[in-house]
Design a protein around this ligand. Structure first.
Ligand code: GUN
Ligand code: ZN
Length: 432
């Protein structure tokens, strides 16, 4: 028989999409809740009193007034950029050439890839993040390194070999054929093995020839259950460069669509500077826009109009975009999402922000039946948040009129100090 563990505290549950329905109908906090874990899964969620009575043999861990929520799901990151996060003074293309490509070149060394993969998963777990969708580098072994590190932790990770066959340094370029062959062999080795999920990964249109995009589109056609991750319309200069490189394309999104790289399992990072047609098309095919607000502020890309995209029916996820993003913390990322939406007159409620960082991102990865919710049957991937983690947060939270105001103080001012515990696959993660 499985040993069962009962975690008691305040519990956060979702009952709909709070970006399209009133949040009050979709998100609930039970102030005396509990989550029952059996093995790697959640066995039940309910009131602490009822679950204690029904499962007297379960080991009880009391988290007091802490908030037990689904583990954070970071839907767009670059684990190879861990060591060069917070690199000063550049905008996108310069930033890639000056800081990012030299760092990614270091991943030619498999030992370096393994070191950074482990460090990255430790840092993200310390921030309450239990699943990431991360770009790797062009080196196939950089994918192995992240999947192996995740496997050791029982963790669900989405990643894929980044493909680039132009506009990148010599040592970071593959070819049409090697991009296809290496990606295909990695899919065979990893996709669906344990909790590993493969994402076909053209970096972005400027660094792939049309032939490489087509080859990767064909590969996606052969493996339609894989995700596909890329970047879209992050900075105006980049959009103009794409127009030069693809003169026949209607717009940036069309450079993907024309090569078989548009679909509901497509994850499009940033997507700030979209045309009306692109918004309509993303909504039509349910292509996922992944909002990267700390990165958008840090690299000077702009403020995504998330309320507009949500109203137009574009499915949204939330992400750090480490290391263009300036933090590993999804709490810091929620704060930045709030601030970006304020630029567009659409303040997001703390219930909406918590949903975006968990269930919304899980849905964007098509993993919402497994993660992102405190639901029986889901993986026991959890974050436990101390809502009084610093004196500044505590004094503000003590003034709160209701639990949502209380949560908002942590959303706006919290970081890894607010993460009391992280559970992945039913096991509490301890710092290594
Ligand atoms: N566009 C293409 N590559 C990248 C990257 O590594 N980070 C960001 N923020 N944008 C990109
Ligand atoms: Zn990115």
């Amino acid at each position: 028989m499985n040993t069962q563990t009962l975690l008691t505290g305040q519990t956060l549950t979702f009952h709909g999409d709070p970006l399209v329905q009133p949040w009050q109908d979709c998100v609930r906090i039970d102030s005396a809740g509990a989550v029952l874990l059996a093995g790697s899964r959640i066995a039940a969620v309910g009131s602490a009193a009822a679950l204690k009575a029904a499962h007297p043999q379960a080991k009880v861990i009391s988290y007091g007034d802490d908030l037990i929520c689904p583990g954070f799901v970071d839907a767009h990151a670059h684990y190879p950029q861990t060591a060069m996060i917070a690199s000063w003074g550049k905008r996108l293309i310069d930033w890639l050439n000056t800081y990012t490509f030299p760092e990614e070149a270091r991943f030619a060394d498999p030992d370096y890839a393994r070191t950074i993969a482990g460090r990255y998963l430790d840092l993200t777990a310390a921030n309450g993040t239990t699943t990431v969708a991360s770009f790797a580098t062009i080196h196939a072994h950089s994918v192995d390194a992240l999947f192996e590190a995740a496997q050791m932790r029982g963790q669900c990770v989405v990643t894929g070999k980044t493909c680039m066959d132009r506009n990148a340094p010599d040592d970071l370029r593959d070819t049409v054929q090697t991009a296809y062959d290496d990606s295909k062999s990695l899919i065979g080795r990893w996709h669906g093995t344990g909790r590993a999920q493969y994402a076909i990964t053209p970096r972005f249109s400027p660094t792939s020839t049309p032939e490489q995009l087509s080859a990767l589109g064909a590969l996606w056609g052969e493996h339609p259950d894989c995700l596909m991750q890329t970047h879209l319309s992050e900075q105006p200069d980049e959009v103009a460069w794409v127009a030069e490189l693809f003169p026949e394309a209607r717009d940036y999104l069309d450079t993907y669509e024309a090569h078989g790289l548009l679909g509901a399992r497509g994850l499009y990072g940033h997507a700030i500077h979209l045309t009306e047609r692109e918004i309509d098309r993303l909504a039509e095919v349910q292509g996922r826009v992944i909002h990267c607000p700390t990165s958008n502020a840090f690299i000077g890309s702009g403020a995504l109009n998330l309320p507009q995209l949500a109203a137009r029916g574009v499915p949204l996820g939330l992400a750090t975009d480490t290391g263009g993003g300036s933090s590993f913390s999804m709490l810091r990322t929620m704060a930045a999402a709030y601030e970006a939406a304020q630029h567009h007159g659409g303040p997001l409620h703390s219930a909406q922000l918590m949903w975006l960082a968990t269930a919304g991102s899980a849905r964007s990865l098509h993993l919402h039946d497994e993660i992102g919710h405190l639901n029986a049957g889901h993986y026991a991937d959890l974050a436990v948040l101390d809502l009084r983690s610093t004196p500044a947060i505590a004094q503000r939270a003590n003034r709160a009129d209701d639990v949502w105001e209380d949560v908002f103080a942590t959303v706006m001012m919290g970081d890894d100090r607010a993460v009391r515990a992280t559970w992945i696959g039913g096991a509490e993660i301890t710092a290594s």
